[in-house]
Design a protein around this ligand. Structure first.
Ligand code: TMP
Length: 208
């Protein structure tokens, strides 16, 4: 039994909290879990994350950014995610390839087909079994994020974040068997309950 779950959502949607709660819940149920994040997860991918998010690199081109995310992804897939799935673990990943389509594709306007090709190359075609989109209105997401430290990417404008959100909703609509859209304005516990219910269904399908 292996299961690959990703969480997507705008900045400040609470998906990191939800990923950790889900991983803890599964572990308590006696299931082996790998909980990780993108960009990051491995030493090399975390180094790439630093490069991407650093305010020093404000002149980074959109194409460079897309390729750096993809490079970080290629490494985490090879080094962590594939081995974990091969060991029959449940993988919970905070962001994955859909982030590149949403942010660099729908958000920045890079060619979606080119990004899909690069993503396939980077991941060897590994697609999640289940993807949760934690949906919050753009203004709520930005307000929540502002309580913490901001980085270079927070400074992008609201219209960009609206395009990202619309992109996510379009992808979710196009592939309803994989995507689950959850109203992220609900209390943390309620969001988590809905995630768990859906994960339990998937586990049952796999005879767990
Ligand atoms: P985080 O806040 O979830 O850690 O994500 C860091 C930022 O990276 C977030 O603003 C979204 C962005 N991002 C992309 O633009 N493309 C990608 O492929 C990934 C994985 C993240």
């Amino acid at each position: 039994m292996s299961l690959f779950i990703t969480l997507e959502g705008p900045d400040g949607s609470g998906k990191t909290t939800q990923a950790r709660l889900l991983a803890g819940y599964l572990e308590n149920r006696g299931i082996a879990v790998l909980c990780t994040r993108e960009p990051g997860g491995t030493k090399l991918s975390e180094q790439i994350r630093e490069v991407i998010l650093s305010k020093v690199n404000h002149s980074i081109s959109d194409e460079t950014e897309a390729l750096l995310y993809s490079a970080a992804r290629a490494q985490i897939v090879a080094e962590l995610i594939r081995p974990a799935l091969a060991a029959a673990k449940v993988v919970v990943c905070d962001r994955y390839a859909d982030s590149t389509l949403a942010y660099q594709g729908y958000g920045l306007g890079l060619d979606l087909d080119a990004l899909r090709t690069i993503t396939r190359f980077a991941t060897g075609g590994l697609v999640p079994d289940l993807t949760f989109y934690i949906d919050v209105p753009v203004k709520d997401g930005i307000a929540r994020k502002r309580h913490g430290e901001t980085n270079r990417l927070d400074e992008k404008n609201i219209a960009y974040h609206e395009r990202v959100r619309d992109g996510y909703l379009e992808m979710a609509k196009a592939e309803p068997a994989r995507w689950v859209v959850i109203d992220g304005t609900q209390p943390v516990g309620e969001v988590q309950k809905q995630i768990r219910n859906r994960v339990e269904l998937e586990l049952k399908k796999r005879g767990f």
